[in-house]
Design a protein around this ligand. Structure first.
Ligand code: ATP
Ligand code: MG
Length: 572
């Protein structure tokens, strides 16, 4: 597993891009020079509609759509919907929406493998006629036994040498529904002794009475994924059929089908799938998390589904930048989760307006400001982008600061509020600490300070604050990793990945205090709350005038950096 490594910030530089082309670009470059496929580049993203997309799929989408764009080629979206039992329209709709959101444009080329069922059936007949496919009576267990193992050859099915006529008749009866589910299969006649198990007479058709989300009850036989995938690429004239490494051993089979049928041959290229620390990536496991309510649905902001990332406040731009950065290789590796966070921070840092929000409030009374008095402070909406303007923030006698920004007997290096100390209130002035009020349990419940509007006075620390009178109360949700271990798939003896869940992955702050302007926040708006992170007005739970915020990411310690450069401000 890769250790925590900082993201290579400069890998997106165009100068570097020009020289370091990944291996798939190199293959395509060479194909174009050699004049292959009429010098076309046509890629596709072929999801199975059996779940929502995750960040691994985003990598595949960005890669395929990106190559098409780069070479002036075409990109298709095709649903490999061969398994009627697991596929649902809900998944189709969400996948289309997510692919579009990521910025991949399939134009008018939206396809479904199920659209090719008639063609695939005709081709199966063609293979039977050519003596290259046969109907087999072996059940699943027997078939497994006949298949042999990685170390030993398989043996021929006793039904392998049926006549073409008998095979045609049986296959036609399979289609007509004359046999029970699972009674017969159609198999390719290849080689039961091949060292590649995929070539040991793989199943092409199964009998299964299941309703298909597109073809309804028209079919009671369904083609296998392996019999469908390569030909679907071929039908669509795909030139470069890019998939993950586990399909390397399937490539000879896809090639065999195309050769046997004499049809266009896409070139399959395999790359390493994306793995990220502190998460699981298989759709089956994500589905389990949803079904067993370990998370609040597919769009739970802790999930690395595209839906979850969107709801958390990730931008499409940041996900594309992340995918670009992780690169394309043939070696399986584990990418540190922090790369993803870095990518969204960098994007939001540029664009998110600044606001002040106190997550865990402590009341401070400014004793020299009269009750009812209101001072207007002008605060910048973005430190580096004056075009984003300023806003007015009211300062009143009672304010809230962050509990963590006060320490009664703070040590010398604690540059926030402490006994006898002073601190700057962002965009307002300086407060000098006075009386400290405690409850019976000895906890600090209120701090009295005097306010000094002299902005030129030098103090070390700057903290955020809100007017107690004007602040809005809002629900704010903070997230940690969904799993407590770097590789949750690696479970201890007798445990599953679910035992690695992080019990503290969600913290809900019911009454955070936010500056009044945030009452107008619209669902789907991004903000940086100064010193506490990037926040996103939840698109589902926010209502007009009452936004709910999800923390997209914490801030990198940008204020500490600014301080190091002599610009003041405080370390968080
Ligand atoms: P999962 O293993 O999560 O269930 P899958 O591979 O079965 O995913 P598909 O719908 O078949 O899901 O995937 C569509 C495309 O996305 C395939 O081309 C697949 O290779 C690619 N893909 C899936 N997971 C990843 C990943 N982690 N990294 C890169 N590409 C991926
Ligand atoms: Mg798959």
């Amino acid at each position: 597993m890769s250790k925590k490594t900082a993201a290579p910030k400069d890998s997106c530089d165009s100068a570097e891009k020009a020289v370091s082309r990944h291996f798939i670009q190199q293959i395509i470059d060479a194909d174009l020079v050699a004049g292959k496929s009429e010098r076309r580049v046509h890629t596709r993203f072929p999801p199975e509609p059996n779940g929502y997309l995750h960040i691994g799929h985003a990598k595949s989408i960005c890669l395929n759509a990106g190559l098409a764009r780069e070479y002036g080629g075409k990109f298709n979206l095709r649903f490999d919907d061969t398994n009627p039992a697991k596929e649902e329209q809900e998944y189709v709709d969400s996948i289309m929406d997510d692919v579009r959101w990521l910025g991949a444009d399939w134009e008018d080329r939206l396809f479904f493998s199920s659209d090719y069922f008639d063609q695939l059936y005709d081709w199966a007949v063609q293979l039977i006629e050519a003596g290259k496919a046969y109907v087999c009576d072996l059940d699943a267990d027997a078939m497994r036994e006949y298949r042999g193992s990685l170390t030993g050859p398989g043996k021929n099915s006793p039904f392998r040498d049926r006549s073409v006529e008998e095979n045609l008749e049986l296959f036609s009866k399979m289609k007509a529904g004359e046999f029970a589910d699972g009674a017969l299969t159609l198999r390719a006649k290849i080689d039961m002794t091949s060292p590649n198990l995929n070539l040991r007479d793989p199943v092409m058709y199964r009998i299964k009475r299941a309703h298909h989300h597109r073809t309804g009850d028209k079919w009671c036989i369904y083609p296998s994924y392996d019999y469908t995938h390569g030909q679907s690429d071929s039908i669509e004239s795909i030139t470069h059929s890019i998939c993950t490494l586990e399909f390397e051993n399937h490539r000879p089979l896809y090639d065999w089908f195309c050769d046997a049928l004499g049809i266009h041959h896409p070139q399959q290229i395999e790359f390493a799938r994306l793995n990220i620390t502190y998460t699981v990536m298989s759709k089956r496991k994500l589905l389990l998390l949803v079904q067993e309510n370990h998370v609040n649905g597919w769009d739970d902001p802790r999930m690395l589904t595209i839906r979850g990332l969107r709801r958390r406040g990730y931008t499409a731009e940041s996900i594309r930048a992340f995918c670009e950065r992780v690169g394309v290789t043939k070696v399986n590796s584990m990418i540190d989760r922090s790369w993803l966070e870095d990518a969204v921070r960098e994007d939001l840092n540029e664009h998110a307006p600044r606001r002040m929000g106190v997550l865990r409030p402590l009341k401070v009374v400014l004793t020299n400001i009269a009750e009812g008095e209101q001072r207007i402070c002008e605060a910048s909406n973005h430190p580096k982008n004056p075009e984003m303007g300023t806003r007015e923030v009211p300062l009143t006698r009672e304010i809230y600061i962050e509990q963590g920004d006060f320490m009664e007997d703070g040590p010398k290096k604690f540059f926030r509020l402490k006994t006898g100390g002073a601190v700057r209130l962002r965009s307002a002035g300086i407060i000098d600490c006075g009386e400290i009020l405690k409850n019976d349990a000895g906890e600090v419940v209120e701090v009295h300070c005097t306010f000094d509007p002299d902005m030129s006075r030098k103090v070390k620390g700057t903290i955020h604050w809100v007017s107690a009178e004007h602040a809005i109360s809002a629900e704010v949700r903070l997230y940690d990793h969904l799993f407590a271990t770097e590789n949750p798939d690696k479970a201890a003896e007798g445990e599953t990945f679910l035992d690695n869940l992080n019990p503290a992955s969600l913290e809900v702050l019911a009454e955070a205090k936010l500056e009044p302007l945030l009452a107008n926040a619209q669902a789907g708006e991004h903000f940086q709350f100064e010193r506490t992170g990037y926040f996103y007005a939840d698109p589902v739970d926010s209502i007009d005038g009452k936004p709910v915020f999800n923390r997209t990411a914490t801030l990198r310690d940008s204020w500490a950096k600014a301080k190091a450069k002599g610009k003041g401000n405080v370390k968080k």
